[in-house]
Design a protein around this ligand. Structure first.
Ligand SMILES: Nc1ncnc2c1ncn2[C@@H]1O[C@H](COP(=O)(O)OP(=O)(O)OP(=O)(O)O)[C@@H](O)[C@H]1O
Ligand SMILES: [Zn+2]
Length: 740
């Protein structure tokens, strides 16, 4: 028997292998195959169409006894590999927990925890209709029904043949719930977690969306910060569960704090599998198998969870859909939000994209009628949105006749208005969040005599000053570290430390408000998920008065005690050479502003900026998303950028700059030769960060009206890229998000 196999290796195309004629294989099933001089994980795709020339090798082994991919998942991954121009075998491998993608270290097939009891969670009409032709499954359900709805698995084994296999199948169909021996009291999927009564707006949103269960439709749930989007998700999922379906919920990494996971667990108990990056490989494999065998039916996870094996998928939800962290920036460069929509379509289920600040892509889709817009225009209990005040930092500069750049002295870091507001907040026993999207102490270390600045030896970026270890300079891209020198290495001049980071804010705060209890939240302060949990929990419990941090403080948190949000410097990021810089800045500011006044007391937001009239900043003042979006969309239309076009970025990098550039030029020539009419070609040009980790970077940007022509051209360029010299890497990035 000849098989078509996708091999888990960075190679193009599929391969033909041979297996015994009586081998029973399922599409997507894992294999171990000889590949070159090593062994690799392969995935069975189907019978080979034709015998290839030359000798056909035999597979070594078929794993698992069944496929790990349901048909919808297999189609999703095939689509992703195709769309994102990435090898199928590698795509399949990266959709699995790492342990299952390795050929060397196969985990002892970890047994799912022993199931002790089993209970019916569907009324007879439902399971009878669903099980029409599967006699043995119907018999088992009937047996359970006769026993009052639940039984111990041991007893079932005696009464019904193949009971363990049957119950897993029934659980996967959402007809049974399985309760593990170690799970304590079996929790019904409908118990626990006091659900508040939905507001009128929430009720309307829930009704609109649940009305489309069972068919594909994408909703853009645009709800202001604190409008209770999570409750809408929970209600929709309840409804899906009652119909025996499963749910997939994608959230950005930082939002997947215990707070959010807790809200899902409180409502759905052990039905929830949580998938975040803090899991060990072993835990990941375990959650994967809990979903696969139907023990869990709701996957709540970060971007990679878009590939989670949710049984009988009934709804797909993407929270904070505008978040850049849904984009994977290496290997299979997918956007989980976009794949989520595609997965919903494959499964004929609704897809809900939620955000207070929708991406312009989704907004354009809603305007053009591809998505249905559902709005939550008010906060819960008609609480007001916080008042937002802009503090113009350049005014003070102008009077002193200085160039507007950075808050240079400590006085500006916590300017007079922000200081006063902090003082009042602390005096009234409320909490404050101070946001500065830059970690470390200072962003630039500069010689006051010769003007030379400290730069990373391997990257084209300035080093950031950190206070740790008695002062060191760090590269935020490759993590290069070196002690801060006493004077300028070139001229021995005095070194100036310019531009603020979170450490500096924390230090200044300690100086001016010595009694305030402060916590800092950024990637330096948080080494692990456990630490993140600890800091957020402490702040939620009121164990600190001020939370200082980077964008980590901006997202999703619900701290009712916070009445003041201070933005130290709103302009960071605004000047990035990226056409999305303005959109990103607006989203970040609107999100962080949305953390204020979520409890009973109204909130206040102070935004310090050198460019208070920039639309990304000015529009935050009146919570004016429509005005921001209208202006920004107009600008994008003029420039022909997404969402008014689709883009494919080709990224070329190599240690040898000349070689990388040559490859870029060859690709550009090929692209020009094969370009479709109306396509725009930019580059090859050095990337804005022209060197990273010792490699020179170039990029080529292709713009077209739709993805089709980009795909067709992309596939031909993939062939050209195959002939790039050793040491030059070419990556294809469909719908790129970062232009750096
Ligand atoms: N119907 C309701 N009645 C009372 N409280 C509610 C209701 N719905 C939600 N809440 C509460 O309102 C708060 C805000 O809800 P939630 O965190 O879901 O907002 P959100 O829309 O996700 O906001 P953001 O976009 O800022 O993250 C939460 O504390 C939540 O428990
Ligand atoms: Zn570096």
């Amino acid at each position: 028997m000849l098989l078509e196999v996708a091999v888990g290796a960075p190679v193009r195309g599929t391969f033909t292998y041979e297996a015994d004629d009586d081998a029973r294989l399922e599409p997507g099933q894992r294999l171990v195959v000889p590949f070159g001089r090593r062994r690799a994980i392969g995935f069975y795709l189907g019978p080979a169409q034709a015998a290839p020339e030359g000798k056909v090798r035999r597979i070594e082994q078929a794993l698992d006894g069944e496929t790990l991919f349901s048909p919808d998942l297999l189609s999703l991954i095939r689509f992703a590999a195709d769309y994102y121009l990435y090898p199928l075998g590698e795509a399949l491998r990266s959709a699995l927990p790492p342990d299952l993608g390795r050929v060397d270290r196969q985990p002892a097939t970890e047994r799912a925890p022993a199931i002790e009891t089993v209970s019916l969670i569907q009324p007879a009409e439902v399971w009878k209709a669903a099980l029409g032709r599967s006699r043995s499954q119907a018999a088992l359900a009937a047996h359970l029904e006769a026993r009052g709805g639940s039984a111990r698995l041991e007893e079932l084994k005696v009464a019904v043949k193949d009971a363990p296999a049957l119950v897993r199948k029934l659980a996967a169909k959402g007809i049974l719930a399985l309760h593990a021996a170690d799970g304590g009291a079996p929790d019904s999927p409908f118990s626990g977690g006091q659900a508040p009564r939905p507001s009128d707006d929430q009720a309307r949103a829930i009704e609109t969306i649940t009305a489309s269960l069972g068919r594909f439709e994408t909703f853009l749930l645009h709800g202001v910060t604190g409008s209770g989007k999570t409750e809408v998700y929970l209600r929709i999922i309840s409804e899906v569960r009652e119909r025996g379906g499963g749910a997939l919920v994608l959230v950005p990494e930082i939002a997947l704090t215990p707070q959010l996971a807790g809200r899902f667990r409180a409502r759905f108990g052990s039905q929830v599998a949580v998938l975040h990056s803090g899991l060990s490989d072993r835990e990941r494999t375990r959650e994967h198998s809990r979903l696969r065998n139907g023990e869990a039916t709701i996957a709540v996870g970060v971007r990679s969870a878009v590939f989670a094996p949710v049984p009988s998928l009934g709804v797909v939800i993407v929270d904070e859909e505008h978040e850049p962290s849904f984009k994977q920036e290496e290997k299979l460069r997918y956007n989980a939000r976009d794949l989520a929509v595609y997965r919903a379509r494959l499964n004929q289920t609704p897809c809900v994209l939620g955000s207070a600040t929708p991406s312009l892509e989704s907004l354009a889709n809603a305007r053009e009628g591809r998505y249905r817009l559902v709005e939550l225009p008010e906060r819960i209990d008609s609480r007001p949105l916080p008042t937002v005040e802009l503090v113009d930092l350049s005014a003070a500069r102008r009077t002193r006749n200085e160039a507007p750049t950075e808050p240079r002295d400590e006085l500006e870091l916590l300017g007079p208005r922000l200081s006063l507001a902090l003082e009042e907040t602390l005096a009234s026993g409320k909490q404050a969040i101070l946001f500065l999207n830059r970690r470390g102490h200072a962003s630039l270390v500069l010689c006051g005599a010769c003007g030379e600045s400290a730069r990373c030896p391997d990257c084209d970026v300035a080093l950031t000053h950190h206070l740790s270890r008695g002062g060191e300079l760090r590269c935020h891209y490759c993590d290069f570290r070196t002690p801060k020198p006493a004077g300028c290495p070139s001229c021995k001049g005095e070194l100036l430390v310019i531009g603020a980071g979170t450490e500096r804010v924390e230090r200044e705060l300690a100086k001016r408000f010595p009694d305030a209890r402060t916590l800092r939240l950024d990637r330096d302060a948080v080494g692990s998920t456990a630490e993140l949990t600890r800091i957020l929990a402490a702040f939620a419990k009121g164990e600190a008065d001020v939370l200082v941090g980077t964008q980590m403080v901006a997202k999703g948190h619900d701290f009712p005690g916070v009445t003041l949000v201070g933005v130290i410097l709103a302009d960071i990021g605004l000047g990035m050479p990226d056409f999305r810089a303005s959109e990103r800045t607006f989203q970040l500011l609107a999100q962080v502003a949305g953390r204020a006044g979520r409890g009973r007391d109204p909130g206040r937001v102070l935004i310090q900026s050198f460019h208070p009239s920039a639309s990304a900043i000015a529009c935050v003042e009146g919570h004016d998303f429509p005005r921001f979006a209208a202006g920004e969309l107009e600008r994008r239309r003029e420039l022909g950028y997404p969402p008014f076009s689709r883009a494919l970025a080709v990224r070329i990098e190599g240690e040898d700059s000349a070689e990388a550039e040559r490859t870029g030029r060859r690709l550009a020539e090929a692209a020009k030769r094969w370009a479709f009419p109306g396509m725009k070609l930019l580059g090859p040009a050095p990337a804005p960060i022209a060197r990273l980790r010792g490699r020179s970077r170039f990029q080529l940007l292709l713009l077209a009206q739709g993805p089709g022509p980009l795909q067709a051209l992309g596939r031909r360029l993939v062939d050209v890229a195959q002939t790039a010299p050793n040491g030059v890497k070419v990556a294809f990035d469909m719908d790129p998000l970062s232009m750096l």
